[in-house]
Each structure stands twice: as structure tokens, then as C-alpha cells.
Design a protein around this ligand. Structure first.
Ligand SMILES: Nc1ncnc2c1ncn2[C@@H]1O[C@H](COP(=O)(O)OP(=O)(O)OP(=O)(O)O)[C@@H](O)[C@H]1O
Ligand SMILES: [Mg+2]
Length: 463
């Protein structure tokens, strides 16, 4: 994280400078080639002049041409601080009239313009001029072939000077652009740096949203997402904290009760009474174990549990019937008439089978436990419309007062005066599982105004 910001800056610069550098190299090459062409154009003319000057020193000895070039004249002609000059004069019959016989032979048409080209003389690169030139006062024959070669120093120097004139300002421009971009990008990334500092300086317990006031528009969605995540985390932490506090509180009483009972039993000497204490202990331990089971179930179905859901297509009608059947022995034991009213076609919903079973179990358990012996409990599965179906568990026991209807879904909330054991978690679990399934839960009295009907409305699976 710490290095990512300069990396971005470097990347931007690389994208800018890479192409510019390539352009600069290409531009330099083109400029050099062009400049050299101009330098040649200028100096070739001088070379031709020298050739003509040499031709003026060729005299006619009868019909035979002869070169008369004194040392003083040659010195004047060939003086040059930078370059070496070679020459050669050849007659029409191919005899050397003077100059450097080692100069490479050149072929050129007798009429027409002088020829210029690159060549090497004694290992040195030269520019060569070759031309046939007249000897006598009139332009006619005899002609002599004059070759003048010159090393390339001043041509190259001139070319490079011209290149520098073109390229240096460009280089300067690139350096300035780099500085401006570097500065601009640093300034542009400053809000990101501040954002990073704000996050890294934060306490791990601080889940309040990051201030988006100063955040650039491009990263705003990211920060919004992070804030949304923090809010979810905060809700989860909240839930966990409350859960741990509640669980500890709820476990404390039964565990101290157990301890007291055990102490009492240990002091007992009469075997009969020890057995009685053990039986009591068993009941307490059973209650405690149910509490722990319900606590675990509550934790498992907390609002963030959506990821662990294993949704699959499930027939609510068949499932409700199956779970109801499992409760028949319990109902008989309490002399309750447990009935099932279903439909003759499947009611397909998307559900997590284990969780759905837990939901139905808790509702039937309540209905059986809180009804009077001889009462009637009915499990119903029905279709409401194309979009939803209903699972209802009704009993004809004591009506839950209207003002309590919302509260009994809260954790650990139990009605006063209930004789039955319970941890007060069953309906909280039911409500969590319903939410996880996108279902809605209602509590109403039975049609005839007695008892209670818990209804859960599930969205039907799209065909
Ligand atoms: N069908 C019912 N008839 C009458 N009262 C009910 C019924 N269902 C729930 N209640 C009341 O609502 C309270 C909360 O029920 P809930 O299932 O949440 O907890 P519980 O049954 O006490 O404990 P457990 O976690 O063991 O289920 C119960 O204590 C009971 O007073
Ligand atoms: Mg219950």
C-alpha cells in the first residue's frame, strides 16, 4: 500500500516519457540526415570550385595536356584547417597528369554535371567530386578528368550544429514537461495520500465512515464501498458484542444454580435424597444444554450469515409435513391433537433445509409447549398467490396479548407467568431465519379469537 502511490506516478511518467523519448530519437535521426544533406549541398559547391581552379592550371603542350601547379598555388588551393583535401587529374587517354594517383578511379560521363559521392581514401571517409573539364580557352576538347576528395569533418560538424539547434529546445521542452507532470501528479495524488493517512491513523475499533468531503471523484465510489463495508462490520460487531454479553449473562444464572445444587448434593448423606438431587441436576443440565443450543443457533443465524446459506429448491408442503410427523410422539405425550393441512401440489421455495427445519421446529415446539393439555395444534401449508406461499402454525392455547406480539420476537423475552421452561430465544431464531429467507412473519389470534397463529410468508420460487 505504502508504495502504490509513487508507482502510479512513475507509471504515468513512463507513459509520457517513453513515447516522447522515441519521438526525440527519430526526430534527431531525421534532423541529422537532413542537415547533412544541406551541409553537402553547401560544401560540394566549394569542392567543384577547387576542381575548376585545378583545371585552370592544366596547360596544353601542343595537343598534350600538362598540369602546372606550383607548390605555392597548391598551398593556397588546399589549405583547410579542418579537412584534408586530395586531388587527381587524368587525361582522356587515362594517363595521370598530377595529384594523388591512389585516389580511387571514378567513372563519369564526359558531358554534364560534376558527380558527388562518398568514398574512402587511405582508410578515411571522404566526399568525392569528379568531373570532366575543358583545358583550352574554349569549352571543347581535350578534356581532363579532375577528382577532388575531402574528408568529412566540417560537414559533420555543421550537420551536428544544425541538429543541436533543432533538438536542444525539444529536449528542454521534455524536461520541463516532465517537471510539470511530476508536480501536477503529486498535487493530484495529494488527496489520496491524505486518505491513506486518515485510514492508517485510525484505531482498529473506529468503524465510523471515512470523510468523503475531500476525496477526488474517481475514488469516491471506492470510498463509498469501504464505508458501506464498515457499516456492515459495525452492525456485525454490534451484534456479536451484544450476543456475547447476553450469552454470558444468561449462562451465569443456570451455571451458579448447577453449582449450588451440586454442593447441596455433596453434603447429602442419604442415598435416596442424593438420587433426588441428581435427578434435579439432570433437569438443570438439560435446560442449560438447550440454552447453549439455542444460543449457538442464534449466533449461526445472525444477519451476516447469508454467505453460509445453502439455498436449494425445496417443497415447503412436503417439508412441513415431514417435520410435523416428527413431533407426533411429543404431541401425544402432552395430549395435544397435532394436525397437518397441506395442499395437493408442491410449494417450491428456495431454502436452506437445516435452517428451515429449525424454524418449523421452534414454532411447533412453542405451540405444543404453551398450549393446555387436550389442546389442538395445526400446521398449515398453503399458496397465497403466484408470488408467495404461507406456513402457519396455530394453537388454541392462551392468547398472547396484543401488546406483547412484537416483543416476544426479541431475544430472551418471555411472557410473565409461563410455567414452561425456555430460554426466550426460539422466536428470535425464527425471525432471523425468516429474514435470511426473505420471508415475512406475522402473529395473529386464531379465527375464533382464541389461541395464536404464527404465519411465515415465503416468496415462491420463480418457475
Ligand atoms: N404458541 C405460543 N403460545 C403462547 N405463548 C407463546 C407461544 N409461542 C411463544 N410464546 C411466548 O413467547 C415467549 C418467547 O418464545 P420463544 O420461543 O422465543 O422462547 P422460549 O420458548 O421461551 O424459549 P426457547 O428458546 O427454548 O424456545 C415464550 O416464552 C412464550 O411466553
Ligand atoms: Mg420457544
Amino acid at each position: 500500500m505504502r508504495r502504490s502511490e509513487p508507482r502510479l506516478q512513475r507509471k504515468l511518467l513512463a507513459w509520457l516519457l517513453g513515447p516522447l523519448a522515441i519521438l526525440l530519437v527519430l526526430d534527431t535521426a531525421a534532423a541529422y540526415w537532413n542537415s547533412l544533406r544541406f551541409a553537402n549541398l553547401a560544401y560540394d559547391r566549394a569542392l567543384h570550385e577547387i576542381g575548376r581552379e585545378i583545371a585552370l592550371h592544366v596547360k596544353l603542350d601542343g595537343a598534350r595536356p600538362r598540369l602546372e601547379l606550383s607548390e605555392a598555388a597548391a598551398n593556397i588551393l588546399f589549405v583547410d584547417q579542418e579537412d584534408q583535401i586530395f586531388y587527381r587529374v587524368v587525361g582522356e587517354d587515362g594517363t595521370d597528369l598530377g595529384g594523388d594517383a591512389q585516389l580511387p578511379e571514378a567513372r563519369v560521363g564526359k558531358a554534364g554535371k560534376p558527380n558527388f559521392y562518398g568514398d574512402t581514401v587511405r582508410g578515411e571517409q571522404v566526399r568525392m567530386m569528379v568531373a570532366w573539364m575543358p583545358v583550352g580557352p574554349d569549352a571543347g576538347p581535350p578534356l581532363v578528368r579532375v577528382q577532388v576528395a575531402e574528408s568529412l569533418n566540417k560537414r559533420e560538424r555543421l550537420a551536428w550544429e544544425m541538429v543541436a539547434n533543432v533538438v536542444l529546445p525539444q529536449l528542454l521542452l521534455i524536461i520541463m514537461a516532465t517537471a510539470v507532470v511530476w508536480f501536477g501528479v503529486s498535487r493530484g495524488l495529494e488527496p489520496l495520500q491524505r486518505l491513506r493517512r486518515a485510514v492508517s491513523d485510525r484505531s482498529h475499533l473506529d468503524l465510523s465512515p471515512i470523510d468523503i468531503h475531500d476525496v477526488p471523484g474517481e475514488v469516491r465510489p471506492l470510498v463509498d464501498e469501504v464505508n458501506e463495508l464498515m457499516a456492515r462490520l459495525e452492525r456485525t460487531f454490534d451484534f456479536q458484542n451484544r450476543f456475547v454479553a447476553d450469552a454470558a449473562h444468561q449462562l451465569k444464572t443456570p451455571v451458579s444454580g448447577l453449582k449450588a445444587q451440586i454442593e447441596l448434593a455433596l453434603r447429602e448423606t442419604d442415598l435416596h435424597r442424593v438420587r433426588h438431587s441428581l435427578a434435579q441436576l439432570y433437569i438443570s443440565a438439560d435446560r442449560l444444554s438447550r440454552l447453549v443450543r439455542q444460543l449457538l443457533s442464534l449466533a449461526r443465524n445472525e444477519p451476516g450469515a447469508l454467505d453460509s446459506m445453502q439455498l436449494q429448491p425445496l417443497d415447503l408442503n412436503a417439508h412441513a409435513l415431514e417435520v410435523s410427523m416428527e413431533w407426533v410422539p411429543q404431541a401425544i405425550k402432552r395430549n395435544i391433537d397435532l394436525g397437518f393441512e397441506g395442499v395437493d401440489h408442491p410449494l417450491m421455495i428456495d431454502a436452506d433445509q437445516d435452517r428451515l427445519r429449525e424454524l418449523v421446529n421452534n414454532l411447533i415446539d412453542n405451540a405444543i409447549r404453551y398450549s393446555q393439555p387436550g389442546g389442538r395444534v395445526t400446521v398449515q401449508a398453503s399458496r397465497i398467490d403466484d408470488a408467495q406461499c404461507r406456513l402457519a402454525i396455530s394453537d388454541d392455547g392462551l392468547r398472547i396479548p396484543v401488546e406483547e406480539r412484537a416483543r416476544i420476537f426479541e431475544r430472551f423475552h418471555r411472557l410473565l407467568g409461563t410455567q414452561e421452561d425456555g430460554s426466550g430465544l426460539g422466536l428470535a431464531i425464527v425471525s432471523e431465519i425468516a429474514t435470511l429467507h426473505g420471508a415475512r412473519i406475522t402473529l395473529e389470534e386464531d379465527i375464533d379469537g382464541v389461541g395464536n397463529t404464527f404465519s411465515v410468508f415465503f416468496p415462491l420460487r420463480a418457475a
